[in-house]
Write a protein that binds this ligand. Structure first.
Ligand SMILES: [Ca+2]
Ligand SMILES: [Ca+2]
Length: 362
C-alpha cells in the first residue's frame, strides 16, 4: 500500500508539474470514499483556513486573478467576460476598475465580487462571504444578471453577455426554472468551486435558506445539492477538466487563506463522493458490483468481472487528472475485456454509471 501511495503521489507531481500541494495535505483522506471522504476533506480544508475578511478579496484579486492564460496581459481574469478564442470585449485593470460608489449600467464598467454560491442564501455570514475559493472578480452587470439563479444549461436565452454567458429557462433534466449558463471554458471551474463550497461548509448547510426556489441545496449535509444539480456539476467537471488557470488560482488560495480546493487537486474525488444519475437506470445499475480482475494492468487489456456486465451500456476510462481518455459503448457485449487505447503508465479510473474503480497501468 505504501508503494501504491508513493506511486500516486509521484504521478500526481509529474502530471501537474508546478502543483504545490503541501506534503501530506490529503493523507488523512486515503482509503475513504463516499460521504466519509467528503467529511474528511471538510476537516482538511477547514483546518488552517484563515478568514481574511471581505475587503481582503480585492487585494487577493490583484495577485491571484490576473490573465496569464489567454491574453496574458495581467488584466483581471473574469470568467464572465473572458473570450478564450479571441480578443475580450473589454478588460479590467486591477484596482483601477474595481467597482466603487456608482455602478455602471452596461458591461465593461467595473468588476466586483461574485459569489458563485449566492451570499443571500447564508445571510452574508462569514467566513462563507469572504471565501476566495467561490468568490471571483466578475463584471458587475453580468454578476447582476446572474443574480441568485442556479447555474444550468439554457434553452433559449433571454439575455446573453458579450462573451456568451446566458440567462434563460433551464433545459437541464430535473429543473424548470431560470438558470445562468457560463461559457464551456469555465463550467468545470464553477462546478469544482461549488463542490468545494458544499464540502467546506457541510456542517452549516442546514442553517442556510434552502427553501428558496433558486437555491439548489437539497437540505442535506451529505449530498448537499439536489440530484439534478449534482448531475449538472459532475457533467461540467468531467467535460471541462482542471486547467492551469485553476491550479494557479488554487495555489494562490492556499497562500492567501491557507486552504485548498480538493477537487482541483484530486479531480477523481468528485466521482468517489457523488453519483450522477444522468442517463442511468438506477434499478439495474445498482445490481452491478464490478471488479478488476488483474490490477496492475499489463499488456493493455483490462479484465473485469461482475454479474451484469452485459447490461452496462457504456464505461469511461478517466486519467488521474480527471480527463476522459476513452469512452466505450457496450463494453462487455462480447467479452469481459477492455482493450485500452492509452497504455501510458499511471493511475486510471474505470467509471460506469454508478461505480468508479481505480487501476494502475504498468
Ligand atoms: Ca483576458
Ligand atoms: Ca475550465
Amino acid at each position: 500500500m505504501k508503494n501504491f501511495i508513493s506511486l500516486v503521489v509521484t504521478l500526481f507531481a509529474v502530471s501537474f508539474g508546478h502543483a504545490q500541494i503541501p506534503a501530506g495535505y490529503y493523507d488523512a483522506a486515503t482509503g475513504l470514499t463516499g460521504y466519509s471522504l467528503k467529511t474528511k476533506l471538510k476537516e482538511i480544508v477547514t483546518n488552517g483556513h484563515q478568514d481574511k475578511g471581505y475587503g481582503g478579496l480585492w487585494d487577493a484579486y490583484k495577485v491571484g486573478d490576473l490573465d496569464k492564460f489567454y491574453e496574458n496581459d495581467n488584466t483581471i481574469l473574469d470568467i464572465y467576460s473572458e473570450k478564450p478564442a479571441g480578443p475580450d470585449a473589454y478588460s479590467y485593470t486591477p484596482v483601477t476598475d474595481q467597482c466603487g460608489g456608482t455602478t455602471p449600467g452596461s458591461e465593461g464598467g467595473c468588476y466586483n465580487r461574485e459569489h458563485l454560491f449566492p451570499q443571500g442564501f447564508f445571510n452574508s455570514a462569514s467566513p462563507m462571504r469572504n471565501d476566495y475559493h467561490h468568490v471571483m472578480p466578475t463584471d458587475n452587470v453580468v454578476n447582476g444578471k446572474r443574480n441568485n439563479y442556479p447555474f444550468g444549461t439554457v434553452g433559449t436565452a433571454s439575455w446573453t453577455s458579450t462573451s456568451g454567458s446566458k440567462l434563460g429557462v433551464s433545459s437541464f433534466p430535473g429543473f424548470l426554472g431560470i438558470v445562468f449558463e457560463p461559457i464551456d471554458e469555465f463550467k468545470g471551474d464553477v462546478a469544482r468551486s461549488l463542490l468545494y463550497f458544499i464540502t467546506r461548509y457541510e456542517d452549516d448547510l442546514q442553517t442556510f435558506n434552502y427553501s428558496d426556489v433558486n437555491n439548489p441545496q437539497d437540505g442535506s449535509k451529505n449530498r448537499g445539492f439536489d440530484q439534478w444539480y449534482i448531475n449538472l456539476l459532475m457533467l461540467w467537471h468531467q467535460n471541462d477538466p482542471v486547467s492551469p488557470k485553476e491550479i494557479a488560482r488554487n495555489n494562490y488560495a492556499y497562500v492567501y487563506q491557507k486552504n485548498r480546493n480538493p477537487y482541483i487537486d484530486h479531480p477523481e474525488y468528485v466521482a468517489m463522493i457523488w453519483t450522477s444519475t444522468l442517463g442511468t437506470d438506477e434499478n439495474t445499475a445498482k445490481k452491478d458490483t464490478l471488479k478488476i480482475s488483474q490490477n496492475p494492468v499489463r499488456n493493455g487489456a483490462l479484465t473485469v468481472s461482475g454479474d451484469h456486465l452485459a447490461k452496462i451500456s457504456s464505461v469511461q476510462i478517466i486519467s488521474m487528472s480527471g480527463q476522459v481518455v476513452q469512452t466505450i459503448r457496450e463494453p462487455f457485449k462480447n467479452s469481459n475485456k477492455i482493450i485500452l487505447k492509452s497504455t501510458s503508465k499511471g493511475v486510471y479510473f474505470l467509471k460506469t454509471a454508478d461505480q468508479t474503480l481505480k487501476f494502475i497501468v504498468e
